[in-house]
Design a protein around this ligand. Structure first.
Ligand code: NAD
Length: 487
């Protein structure tokens, strides 16, 4: 069987690189190479900038409603091709079909649809100043860059391109080198929908190609999703040409379960927020603080549901609800955190080992893992693991648990479970996190802004305010009276 080789997508079509460099992409559930991708060399990089300049000139000259109509066609195509695209996401990421089939493509399409609807409604201001007046225009930034992580590849490409394109920008998108195909399929769909050539370009490669995007002076903005450490490098590099940045980074989010909570619901949230997408979700509530009065009940239900209800195996099997980690390297990293947890004195309630399910024996699986007897200073409680590893901690006092929850440089998300409406809101208002859920966890509709406090991010994705992050305000002062001049 010949293994396909995908090229970069520039100026509305595939373009071969000149240095011939490629990289391989592996299916994490089988350990088999599924395709190769050409790296964006200097020739491709120059062509991407040239193409984006031309695309921007055409696209920004359209009215917002004209752009909206084209983007809505892309939304229809995305939904029509849901199953084909979801399968690509399963093969690239190792996540279960069960999830990809109803989440990855849908939530991507939702965001493009949302911004396509919103763009024509974005208005400036006008104000009289004595007899004169000024008005403002919301103008696109120009060429923007998007750099994606590997956990929700197509969704991230949609979340970045939706607002960027709706606002009239051109985008050069670099997907993660682990999961490059979804963005290519999105490029084909945009082109088929009528997005002009050069408006959405896909360049492929790892850190070096990302670094080129963050350095290039023709690029006005970088929207990045990835690790905190990489995000810091991106911001530092973008500062060289004073680019606007949006940073969607990692987290170590707390879930606070009070003694008046519906315990089964809280267990559902804890499991969703640690085991969905086999734990590779940025907002995961990996620190679960449980009130001592319900602690025993909580961990008993958590253990039995984790051991009975999670089905690891071939991610394409619709019965499977727990997939493989992205790579062998990542599997090793997650296992090294588990080892540290044990070495530092946490107790394994369940899991703590790799898995080799019958239907996917070579996949990079790690069993859903729960640690109890955790303390706030343990490495597993402090650092993002990005795998299915949950730490359960005990608390007694409301103020104390808020202090402990906030005692981190990260601040992406947080959750509170309590039936006491006043307590739920009071506590949530004190949590230092950009996304908070009350008696819920993980939902992220297109309408809701998402992003991190502290080192978890800069700026927001989704929600009305994001359109402002892809436009700049031009103020135009109009003189209606004679100029008074001392000269
Ligand atoms: P990563 O930081 O390793 O890589 C992200 C992207 O950056 C990749 O495309 C990579 O090629 C590129 N890159 C690497 N070095 C670069 C550099 N020096 N300059 C420019 N680009 C560079 O992250 P990952 O392992 O792909 O993703 C997992 C991380 O992403 C986790 O920390 C997770 O929390 C975070 N994440 C955050 C969100 C969010 O919305 N906040 C969403 C998904 C994932």
């Amino acid at each position: 069987m010949t293994i396909p080789v995908y090229q970069n997508f520039i100026n509305g079509k595939f373009l071969a690189n000149q240095n011939g460099a490629t990289f391989a992409v592996t299916n994490p559930a089988t350990d088999e190479v599924i395709y190769h991708v050409e790296v964006a060399d200097k020739f491709i990089q120059d062509a991407a900038i040239q193409s984006a300049k031309q695309g921007f000139a055409v696209w920004s000259a359209l009215t917002p409603i004209e752009r909206s109509r084209i983007l809505l066609k892309a939304v229809t195509l995305l939904r029509e091709r849901n199953d084909e695209l979801a399968k690509i996401e399963v093969l690239d990421t190792g996540k279960p079909w069960q999830e990809a089939e109803c989440v990855d493509v849908q939530t991507g399409a939702d965001v493009i649809e949302y911004f396509a609807g919103l763009a024509p409604a974005q208005v400036g201001q006008q104000q009289m100043v004595a007899e004169d007046f000024y008005y403002t225009r919301k103008e696109p930034l120009g060429i923007c860059a998007g750099i994606g992580a590997w956990n929700y590849p197509l969704q991230i490409a949609c979340w970045k391109s939706g607002p960027a394109l709706a606002a009239g920008n051109a985008l050069i998108f670099k997907p993660s080198e682990e999961t490059p195909l979804g963005a290519i399929k999105l490029a084909e769909i945009y082109t088929e929908a009528g997005v002009p050539a050069g408006v959405f370009n896909v360049v492929q490669g790892a850190a070096e190609v990302g670094q080129w995007l963050t350095h290039n002076p023709d690029i006005a903005k970088v929207s990045f999703t990835g690790e905190v450490g990489t995000g810091k490098k991106v911001v530092a590099s973008a500062a060289g040409s004073l680019k606007d940045v949006t940073m969607e980074l990692g987290g170590k989010s707390p879930l606070l379960v009070f003694d008046d909570a519906d315990v089964s619901q809280a267990v559902s949230a804890a499991m969703l927020g640690n085991f969905y997408t086999q734990g590779e979700v940025c907002t995961n509530c990996t620190r679960i603080y449980v009130h001592k009065n319900i602690y025993q009940q909580f961990i008993e239900e958590l253990k039995s549901r984790t051991e009975q209800n999670i089905i690891a195996g071939d991610p394409l099997d619709p019965q499977v609800n727990f997939g493989a980690l992205i790579s062998k390297k990542h599997q090793d990293l997650v296992m090294s955190y588990i080892d540290k947890g044990i070495a530092q004195g946490a107790t394994l309630l369940t899991g703590g080992k790799t898995l080799s399910p019958e239907s996917a024996p070579n996949g990079y699986f790690v069993a859903p893992t729960v640690f109890i007897d955790c303390t706030d200073d343990m490495t597993i409680v402090k650092e993002e693991i990005f795998g299915p590893v949950m730490s359960v901690l005990v608390f007694e006092d409301e103020d104390d648990v808020i202090r402990r929850a906030n005692d981190t440089h990260l601040g992406l998300a947080a959750g509170v479970f309590s039936q006491d409406i006043k307590r739920a809101h009071r506590v949530t208002h004190k949590l230092q996190a950009g996304i908070c859920w009350i008696n819920s966890y993980g939902n992220s509709p297109a309408e809701m802004p998402v992003g991190g406090y502290k080192q978890s991010g800069i700026g927001r994705e989704n929600g009305i305010e994001t359109l402002d992050h892809y436009t700049q305000t031009k103020s135009i002062y109009v003189g209606m009276s004679n100029i008074e001049s001392p000269f």
